[in-house]
Write a protein that binds this ligand. Structure first.
Ligand code: SF4
Length: 332
């Protein structure tokens, strides 16, 4: 690891200025991903601006939404009364992620900004357009069992990337139409969750639509009816401390065994959480049944494309969607 400066400001303004004034400065909070990246030489910031002294830990109910501060720990959020009462899907997704120790260190802001766990990204021996633009993609012709099937960038070798976003929490935030509140030298702004993360396109090195000096202040989740019939299904290689091969965030609003509203998002399949708007629309007004869920799951698949080692996802995804919806509706 290269030497770096370390500061711990207690005023928001000082933290933003410290990052804005140095192109090689980075914010750090829990550090559960950034320190790994620094140890492996994937990133080498000159200065770390520790934001743990800023007052960004609050979880509070506001009119129309729940606000979760960027420095709230993943474990705190997963157990918080307001989260369990208003958005239990978030708690389920958080508890499915990482390990108990990591959830005690990792923050909400860091969870949202964590980088892909594509093994070629972490090994400088291999080409990687995300780590070093224009060098190629080791995963395209390599072992791509865990990689994306939606939203791909694969035609130009100098720009290709088929990595997946690793967060479980973000899949649930996407399904619940969250907003990210950020601040930078130009002031505050709100970004709809669906616009926050990027598909690789022709700039796979960029993960989010965030300016370098911008800092996440909070996520805001609008009040919704999805308090009862929700399920986060995560399919992975082992029961704990593993990233999703495929995950599904499912939320239903039911009345007299019919679906009044539905939300569906996938993890482990794209460079960002993958929302299934068409399938959601198809569910509305339908009776709760396995046939209804199977028809919706089929709508998710036409744009999918597999590579040498991840074709199993083409079958696993629709099956996982059906299973998550059945669990959400208690139809098991
Ligand atoms: Fe790098 Fe993306 Fe290719 Fe992985 S999939 S090697 S992150 S360019």
């Amino acid at each position: 690891m290269k030497p770096f400066q370390y500061i711990r400001p207690t005023r928001l303004k000082d933290a933003i200025e410290a990052v804005a004034s140095n192109p090689n400065a980075r914010y750090i909070a829990g550090g559960t991903n950034l320190i790994d990246l620094m140890k492996r030489g994937i990133v080498s910031p000159e200065k770390l601006v520790d934001i743990n002294g800023l007052p960004l830990k609050k979880i509070e109910k506001k009119t129309g939404f729940l606000r979760i501060g960027a420095l709230a720990l993943n474990s705190e959020v997963a157990q918080h009364r307001l989260v369990l009462e208003n958005h239990p899907l978030l708690a389920q997704a958080l508890n499915a992620g990482a390990s108990g120790q990591l959830r005690n260190m990792a923050t909400v802001g860091g969870n949202i900004l964590q980088r892909t766990r594509c093994p070629y990204f972490y090994d400088p021996v291999f080409p990687c357009n995300k780590r070093k633009p224009g060098t190629g993609c080791g995963a395209l012709e390599g072992i791509n069992r865990t990689h994306a099937i939606f939203g791909l960038s694969e035609n130009d070798p100098a720009q290709s990337c088929i990595a997946v976003h690793p967060s479980d929490f973000c899949v649930a935030l996407s399904a619940l139409d969250a907003t990210v509140l950020v601040v930078g030298t130009k002031g505050e702004r709100r970004i709809a969750f669906g616009d926050f993360h990027r598909l690789p396109g022709n700039s796979p090195d960029l993960d989010a639509n965030l300016e370098k000096d911008e800092l996440i202040l909070a996520v805001e989740i609008p009040d919704a009816v999805f308090t009862k019939h929700v399920h986060y299904l995560k399919i992975r290689d082992r029961a704990s401390y593993a990233f999703a091969l495929v995950s599904v965030a499912a939320a239903l609003d039911l009345e007299n065994n019919r679906i009044k509203a539905a939300r569906l998002a996938l993890g482990g399949v794209a460079h960002k959480p993958w929302r299934l708007f068409e399938a959601e629309k198809a569910l509305v007004g339908q009776p709760v049944s396995e046939t209804t869920f199977q028809k919706a799951a089929e709508l998710a698949m036409p744009s999918a494309k597999a590579f040498a080692h991840n074709a199993y996802k083409l079958k696993l995804v629709p099956n996982a969607i059906v299973q998550a919806l059945k669990s959400a509706a208690a139809l098991v």
